[in-house]
Design a binder for this molecule. Structure first.
Ligand code: FAD
Ligand code: NDP
Length: 316
């Protein structure tokens, strides 16, 4: 017997999930949200819980990521959404009501919004397993202030906005930050590129990749390779931070929704509709291009409106 039978279940608790919850609750759909319990290695609230200041979410000149997500959660519950702190393990989308399993219980829903976001990638270098969290991290904002990173030369791998943000954050603690960028250009937005290039403590090493992490109890350096000349050398450093992008959190779907090559949920252009009628997708789990808090929130709103229209066509 299912624990409950819902009109709408929302899976995921980033800006997409919470915006969907706010809209759906205000439309009296009584949404039930599974916010996840460190699903994909990220706390409930999503990726913004791993950052410091968010300066591009309209309405806030500057707000900390965790505070913005606390506000969104409060607004969801204030509007009437119910939140369960569990990770959804599997779903059955073969017929309605859809079945959802979380925390050892079964739930039913007439419609579903997947807003499970994405998780930071790792490189799985030799030495990484031994030194993970002993000098290697995928979140400078979470770990950079730890005492063993202080006044050391640190390395950030990646050339996107995250890499610049992480490198800039680490300059508060490090003596110097090397950014290893595998191509000859940064992928980061222009304003972030300028921030990295003009920062006195950041040195960008283009066409460079690490291929081994050195150290026994803690990170002492990296073996690196020039991707143009293939020349190998050693870079001394006391910490390594990955900022090389994310993988969408879609494993729980077990192939029941159409995904694209890298595993993002495919949606019908201009909508949040997926390959299964009644299942909608919002946020980074279906967006590998924009990947912003505000675009996630925008598609969360769209998903709630799409779900509302879908449910209004069903006769209960
Ligand atoms: P996410 O934020 O990824 O949240 C998804 C949530 O769903 C997670 O909590 C996850 O644990 C949960 N979940 C996953 N699987 C399950 C499951 N099976 N069951 C239940 N729950 C599950 N964007 C900006 O606009 N401005 C910024 O300044 C900015 N800074 C950033 C800094 C960093 C370091 C990073 C990594 C990203 C930043 N971004 C920024 C991007 C922004 O964080 C994302 O675009 C946004 O958080 C995506 O929201 P989302 O709701 O799609 O998913
Ligand atoms: P991106 O996918 O944008 O960038 C990933 C970077 O890592 C690229 O430079 C990529 O290189 C590199 N990379 C990937 N795999 C490897 C590998 N195996 N070895 C070496 N380098 C690798 O991810 P981000 O996390 O930076 O950004 C994600 C989204 O979040 C973006 O849309 C971004 O705009 C947003 N964001 C916004 C912020 C803001 O507005 N302040 C802050 C942080 C993120 P290559 O270019 O060669 O593929």
């Amino acid at each position: 017997m299912p624990t409950s039978s819902e009109q709408l279940i929302i899976i995921g608790s980033g800006p997409a999930g919470h915006t969907a919850a706010i809209y759906a609750a205000r439309a009296n759909l009584k949404p039930l949200m599974f916010e996840g319990m460190f699903a994909g290695g990220v706390a409930a609230g999503g990726q913004l819980t791993t950052t410091t200041e968010v300066e591009n979410f309209p309405g806030f000149m500057s707000i900390s990521g965790p505070e913005l997500m606390r506000n969104m959660r409060d607004q969801s519950t204030h509007c009437g959404a119910r939140i369960v702190t569990e990770t959804v393990e599997k779903v059955d989308l073969s017929k309605r009501p859809f079945k959802i399993w979380a925390g050892g219980k079964e739930y039913e829903a007439q419609s579903l919004i997947a807003a499970t976001g994405a998780t930071a990638k790792r490189m799985n270098l030799p030495g990484e397993e031994r030194l993970w969290q002993k000098g290697i991290s995928a979140c400078a904002v979470c770990d950079g202030a730890l005492p063993f990173f202080r006044n050391k030369d640190l390395v950030v791998v990646g050339g996107g906005d995250s890499a610049v943000e992480e490198a800039a954050h680490l300059t508060k603690f490090a003596s110097k930050v090397f950014m290893l960028v595998r191509k000859g250009v940064l992928r980061a937005s222009q304003v972030m590129q300028e921030r990295a290039k003009n920062h006195p403590k950041i040195e960008i090493m283009f066409n460079t990749v690490p291929f081994e992490v050195l150290g026994e109890q803690s990170v002492s350096g990296l073996k690196i390779r020039d991707t143009v000349s293939n020349q190998e050398s050693t870079l001394n450093a006391g910490g390594l931070f990955y900022a090389i992008g994310h993988v969408p959190n879609t494993a729980f779907l077990d192939g029941q929704l159409e995904l694209d090559g890298p595993g993002y949920i495919k949606t019908k252009p201009g909508t949040t509709k997926t390959s299964v009628d009644g299942v909608f997708a919002a946020g980074d789990v279906q967006d590998k291009i924009y990947r912003q808090a505000v675009t996630s929130a925008g598609t969360g709103c769209m998903a709630a409106l799409d779900a509302e229209r879908f449910l209004s066509r069903l006769s209960f």
